[in-house]
Design a protein around this ligand. Structure first.
Ligand code: ARG
Length: 467
């Protein structure tokens, strides 16, 4: 990195900052990635400056062409980023001014404070779309998996104890639902974040007649009827990072959902459960134990949620004590934000790929699902249908479970006489409840894991998500 005099220090200072200060305060090492948004914002700002007569047509043309050339250099990897120029904004502006005389006019009516607020809003807007796309890719993988294993039944669990039977697909679709709410939250927050801060200047606007509406429209900060959406308070505009918090918060909850999915996959892949087989390419071995096949991908999915949650807490903590308005602390918002986006997107993609290489161990699932104790509640429901209060029915079936346990039988091996010894209302047809196929058909209300209902949910999601 070459030495040159930082643009922000002209005049007031006798020289550049000390080397350790430059190193401590720089953000170019991580905010470089805002270059697209920075150039996009500068192009719009220059266009407006020309519109209001503060740039001649020639100056506007020179600035625009200069910015396009810088864009090409960055894309080609030949741009010389300089640490002593602190951040992406000063690097680009200094290079523009070096190339084009009129570059020195670009910062008219603008501060890095409204500039960085703008760049970050644009970045979040772009990144949100990419994240939404990755969420949908995972939803499709879950749906594909659910369809491949559509007839597989497993025990559903509460307290990690076998509870009631569910279709494997029903379990997977629970995550499709969670991901849908995550996507919805991201879409909801777009509206609040889609507000143009340009014109706020350092904190107090400008004495120049800036046309804020035209810049906002140029940058797509508009409402449903194409009206410009402008930050209405300059002090709020430069210091607000609500949209970063919202992205990190939406992301943290998404991370939690991915972590729960990971936990299920890890349990299912264990020898104890053995419900699924993850393709070799998506597992790792042990350096010591030759027999091991470890679900590291799923474990890292679970692990990465920790940092994503941490990023949310970092940003909230960063903001909570800041006096109005801009403070350099705000520079610390970026790494947390980028880290959340990067890790979630990587997790979503690798998880989708892993699920495409995962299958259910059908025999093991069938054996587990055939545990008749899973249908104890169905027996209680039987008694309810015969007019018994549920609490009493629950008690009666509890006694049956105890009786079966005492006589070393499974619940479905009890005789009708034994059932009747506990409760007279039991008849021979009670034992038919243990037919798992029938039992699954009987769960026929909306949201239940019934045979028809799960099929309908699969079809609904297929229609919503497409092929
Ligand atoms: N790199 C800074 C940030 O990310 C840009 C804004 C700097 N503004 C200032 N007045 N020092 O927050």
């Amino acid at each position: 990195m070459k030495k040159s005099s930082p643009v922000s220090r002209s005049g007031r200072f006798s020289g550049g900052p000390a080397a350790d200060v430059a190193q401590f305060t720089e953000s170019i090492s991580f905010d470089q990635r805002l270059w697209r948004q920075d150039i996009q914002g500068s192009l719009a700002h220059a266009k407006m400056l020309h519109k209001i007569g503060l740039l001649t047509a020639e100056e506007h043309r020179d600035i625009s062409q200069g910015l396009e050339k810088i864009r090409a250099a960055i894309e080609a990897g030949t741009f010389d980023w300089k640490q002593e120029l602190e951040d992406v904004h000063m690097n680009i502006e200094a290079e523009l001014t070096h190339r084009v005389g009129a570059g020195a006019k670009l910062h008219t009516g603008r501060s890095r404070n409204d500039q960085v607020a703008l760049d970050l809003r644009l970045w979040v807007r772009d990144e949100r779309l990419a994240l939404l796309n990755d969420i949908q890719v995972l939803q499709k993988s879950l749906l594909d998996f659910a369809e491949r294993e559509a007839d597989v039944i497993i025990p559903g669990y509460t307290h990690l104890q076998r509870a009631q039977p569910v279709y494997f697909a029903h379990h997977l679709l629970a995550y499709v639902e969670m991901l849908e709410r995550d996507a919805q939250r991201l879409r909801d927050s777009k509206e609040r974040g889609n507000v143009c801060p340009l014109g706020a200047g350092a904190l107090a606007g400008s004495t120049l007649p800036l046309d804020r509406e035209s810049v906002a429209k140029e940058l797509g900060f508009v409402d449903a009827s194409d009206e410009a959406k402008l930050a209405q308070n300059s002090m709020d505009a430069v210091s607000d990072r609500d949209f970063v918090v919202e992205f990190c918060s939406d992301g943290a909850l998404l991370g939690v959902h991915l972590s729960r999915l990971a936990e299920d996959l890890i349990l299912w892949a264990s020898t104890e459960f053995n419900f699924i087989k993850i393709g070799d390419a998506y597992t790792t071995g042990s350096s010591l134990m030759p027999q091991k096949k470890n679900p590291d991908v799923a474990e890292l999915m679970r692990g990465k949620s920790a940092r994503v949650i941490g990023n949310l807490v970092s940003v909230l903590t960063l903001l909570k004590g800041l006096p109005m308005t801009y403070n350099r602390d705000l520079q610390e918002d970026k790494e947390a934000l980028f880290d959340t986006a990067d890790n979630l997107r990587a997790t979503l993609r690798v998880c989708a790929a892993m699920l495409n290489h995962t299958s259910a161990n059908r025999t093991v699932c069938a054996t587990a699902a055939s545990d008749p104790a899973l249908l104890a509640t169905d027996l209680a429901d039987y008694l309810v249908r015969k007019g018994m209060a549920f609490r009493q029915a629950h008690h009666a079936v509890g006694s049956l479970v105890a009786l079966a346990e005492k006589s070393g039988k499974r619940l479905n091996q009890l005789t009708v006489a034994e059932l009747q010894s506990v409760e007279k209302r039991f008849e021979a047809d009670a034992l038919e409840l243990f037919d798992l196929g029938k039992a699954m058909k009987a769960r026929s209300i909306i949201g239940a894991p019934g045979t028809k209902e799960v099929k309908e949910q699969l079809a609904r999601w297929r229609k919503a998500l497409g092929k």
